[in-house]
Design a protein around this ligand. Structure first.
Ligand SMILES: *[C@@H]1O[C@H](CO)[C@@H](O)[C@H](O)[C@H]1NC(C)=O
Ligand SMILES: *[C@@H]1O[C@H](CO)[C@@H](O)[C@H](O)[C@H]1NC(C)=O
Ligand SMILES: *[C@@H]1O[C@H](CO)[C@@H](O)[C@H](O)[C@H]1NC(C)=O
Ligand SMILES: *[C@@H]1O[C@H](CO)[C@@H](O)[C@H](O)[C@H]1NC(C)=O
Ligand SMILES: *[C@@H]1O[C@H](CO)[C@@H](O)[C@H](O)[C@H]1NC(C)=O
Ligand SMILES: *[C@@H]1O[C@H](CO)[C@@H](O)[C@H](O)[C@H]1NC(C)=O
Length: 668
């Protein structure tokens, strides 16, 4: 509405002025009705505020009055007087830091080509800055100090002609009625008014700034005598340019009035700036300090978080492990998969460590993670290479090892998750669910085939070292699968070589293994024998008894056999639902494998042949004849066997298993 009125006024003036005189005038009290020519990031808010730049960094915005303004008398070529006033506000998103400011300009075009943001104020670039052919007059409100343009400070007002090296500049401020200079902070966010006046006859330019509502100071901030006739063309455009650098800054214009050959109209009823909850003077304290504290807090917190996270997910990776990269898991992934190794995910805890269930983040693969504390670096390289070999082999009776991860003092082994858990929980401690004979025989057959594979069929001979029911895992179809290979080896490496410590599980350890500390396929067969007996009898190889006289399973089974009733040893949980011939075969094979002299034990290949009934198992009595001096066929011979067996194991019957357990550090 007001704009229309201005046009009417202009028409009136044009109409009544002498034909040769040209007067241009306009006034914007807010820009909602305005027809400005905008580009860059400039825009007009619905409130009527002209926003030259907003939260964008390295941005520039331009706004021009759309029509040409006549600046020269067409008859004799002198520059007209002109007068303009506008109200601006500069609000930075970051308190004491800001964008680069804004500039009122008189320019030959409404489009500014090739200009740069930053200290070029969206007006020039490095090539054309200062070029006489620019024909640009400007009044800058500069909020950043740039040495390149000889700025006096970071808060000044300057007159620019064809370039950004001001021909005159003063620090921002105004002279009040008593001629006292008052500082102004351009980026205070408070609205301020600027007056730019040029007297064509005296060729004097005056620039005045003051806070809004203070009124126009009598004494201008800048007063410069300068002939603008070589700079200004006959007709020019007037407008504003502004730019931001690294700091997002709102450059607002609230209102603007312009007139040639006369005084610009006073502004009134300007749009309201958005709320800005502080007073200019305490800006630093209210915004700057909290902001700096916030930034410091964020930096400190993120550093703490970073170090805690780094510590939390820290891994150990040595050069020799590079080739095992595909088998390496990220600790972070394992941590996420097991929900931070929380107790709820614990599947079990054995002699070597705890096992957690997990679900891998992206693949949803179910895994079991065995967390083993391991301080020694010794043997680690060998061990890792071995587990990687095992990981690369595939057999339906071997638990797939997917990979590993190492941290300080910790080794993590990642296995495929076996849904039915370990075999021992179906055998011991009054199992809620037990396996029938057919299922047990299938497990035995599976374990035999898995062990045969490790001993003879894969590229390297792999000695398991710790065969027992708790290391046999069952998959969804109740197939027996061997897990936990080689761990005993890691542990026997990790100690003082002078006292070769044998690690395995008491009751499964072959006598020569205890003596020499060397694990062989044959010592595995010994353990397999103990395993056969425990599956068929539902008892552990050594059972503590109240009367201080531990039950040695192999002795007991032997005595049953000796009494002519080996089936007496069968697990009572099986009831009568079993195949007597098969049970007898398994028990006899168990005794056969438990022979003290390794050279008289069958190999896993032979074991498979016996189990499959391809080769008939020799009579135990017949076997005894061929064994080296030890006989099974009379009681005296049996005692010899027991004595030899016991002494080679390094314990006597009366010894408490907890003592031997801790000595051997093997878990059950
Ligand atoms: C322009 O110059 C002519 C000749 O000197 C003069 O008559 C006229 O008044 C001037 N126009 C204005 C607007 O000053
Ligand atoms: C806005 O200005 C342009 C350029 O001067 C003009 O063509 C257009 O008609 C104007 N529009 C209005 C609504 O005034
Ligand atoms: C042009 O005309 C104006 C107004 O009449 C006068 O003030 C000015 O001196 C003249 N300039 C020249 C160069 O004649
Ligand atoms: C500077 O701007 C001019 C146009 O005003 C353009 O022709 C030139 O290519 C620009 N130079 C650079 C270095 O951008
Ligand atoms: C104005 O600013 C100058 C530095 O630019 C400073 O020395 C002076 O004390 C300030 N005056 C007031 C009244 O704040
Ligand atoms: C500029 O200011 C001086 C006072 O400092 C005044 O005498 C002169 O008339 C002013 N010029 C214009 C164009 O306002």
């Amino acid at each position: 509405m007001f704009f229309n009125l201005v046009i009417l006024v202009a028409l009136f003036l044009v109409g009544f002025a002498p034909a040769s005189s040209e007067v241009d005038a306009f006034t914007y009290n807010g820009f909602q009705l305005g027809n400005l020519s905008l580009d860059g990031i400039a825009n007009v808010k619905s409130s009527g505020l002209l926003l030259l730049t907003d939260s964008e960094t390295q941005g520039q915005g331009h706004a021009f009055y759309p029509n040409l303004i006549h600046f020269k008398n067409s008859t004799n070529g002198t520059i007209f007087s002109f007068s303009t006033t506008f109200v601006f506000a500069i609000r930075s998103d970051y308190g004491i830091l800001s964008g680069h400011g804004l500039v009122f300009i008189i320019a030959p075009q409404r489009r500014i080509e090739g200009a740069l943001a930053y200290h070029y104020l969206g007006l020039f670039n490095s090539t054309n800055n200062g070029d006489r052919s620019n024909h640009v007059f400007g009044v800058e409100l500069d909020t950043i100090y740039s040495e390149e343009f000889g700025d006096i400070n970071d808060n000044h007002v300057g007159i620019d002609i064809n370039g950004l090296r001001s021909v005159a500049a003063e620090k921002a401020g105004y002279f009040d009625d008593t001629d006292l200079f008052n500082n102004l902070t351009l980026i205070s966010g408070q609205p301020m008014q600027v007056w730019v006046e040029y007297d064509g006859s005296t060729q004097q330019i005056n620039v005045t700034v003051a806070p809004l509502h203070v009124g126009k100071p009598v004494r201008p901030l800048l007063s410069l005598k300068c002939d603008l006739s070589p700079i200004l063309d006959q007709t020019m455009y007037v407008g504003f340019s502004s730019s931001t650098g690294s700091v997002p800054t709102h450059h607002y214009i609230l209102g603007w009035s312009f007139k040639t050959n006369g005084k610009a109209q006073e502004l009134s009823q300007l749009p309201i700036l958005p709320r800005f909850g502080h007073k200019g003077t305490s800006r630093f304290v209210k915004i700057g300090l909290p902001l700096i504290s916030l930034v410091l807090l964020i930096v400190a917190t993120s550093m703490v978080v970073y170090y805690v996270r780094r510590k939390k997910y820290e891994e150990l990776l040595e050069d020799w492990e590079r080739e095992y990269r595909p088998q390496r898991f990220k600790y972070k992934d394992l941590y996420t998969a097991t929900k931070g190794f929380r107790e709820k995910e614990l599947l079990g805890a054995g002699g070597f460590g705890k096992v957690y269930k997990g679900v891998m983040p992206i693949t949803n693969l179910e895994i079991a993670v065995k967390k083993i504390s391991h301080e020694s670096k010794q043997g680690m390289k060998e061990f890792v290479s071995e587990i990687v070999i095992i990981g690369s082999i595939q057999h339906r009776n071997v638990v797939p090892l997917l990979g590993y991860c190492r941290r300080k003092g910790e080794l993590l082994l990642v296995y495929e998750y076996m849904s039915s858990g370990s075999l021992d929980k179906y055998l011991y401690d009054r199992p809620r669910v037990t396996l029938n004979w057919t299922q047990r025989f299938k497990v035995i057959r599976g374990v035999a085939s898995g062990l045969f594979f490790l001993h003879e069929e894969c590229d390297h001979i792999v000695v398991h070292r710790d065969i027992k029911a708790s290391n046999v895992l069952l998959d969804g179809e109740l197939n027996g699968r061997l897990g936990d290979f080689g761990l005993a080896r890691l542990y026997s490496h990790g100690t003082n070589p002078q006292s070769t410590r044998v690690v395995g599980t008491l009751g499964y350890l072959a006598p020569e293994h205890t003596r020499t500390g060397r694990a062989t396929p044959s010592s595995d067969v010994f353990s397999f024998g103990a395993f056969l007996l425990e599956v068929a009898c539902g008892r552990r190889p050594i059972e503590p008894r109240k009367d201080d006289d531990d039950l040695i399973l192999v002795d007991w089974v032997y005595s049953c056999w000796n009494r002519g009733n080996i089936l007496e040893a069968v697990d009572p949980n099986l009831g009568v639902d079993f195949v007597p011939g098969q049970v007898e075969l398994v028990l006899s094979l168990g005794l056969f494998c438990s022979r003290p002299d390794p050279s008289f034990r069958p190999t896993m290949r032979q074991n498979l042949l016996f189990l499959d009934g391809v080769v008939a198992l020799p009579e135990l009595s017949a076997l005894s004849a061929s064994s080296s001096g030890l006989t099974f066929d009379d009681h005296g011979g049996f005692d010899d066997f027991v004595n030899s067996y016991s002494s080679s194991l390094g314990y006597t019957h009366s010894r408490s298993p907890s003592v031997t357990d801790s000595f051997l550090s093997g878990g059950r």
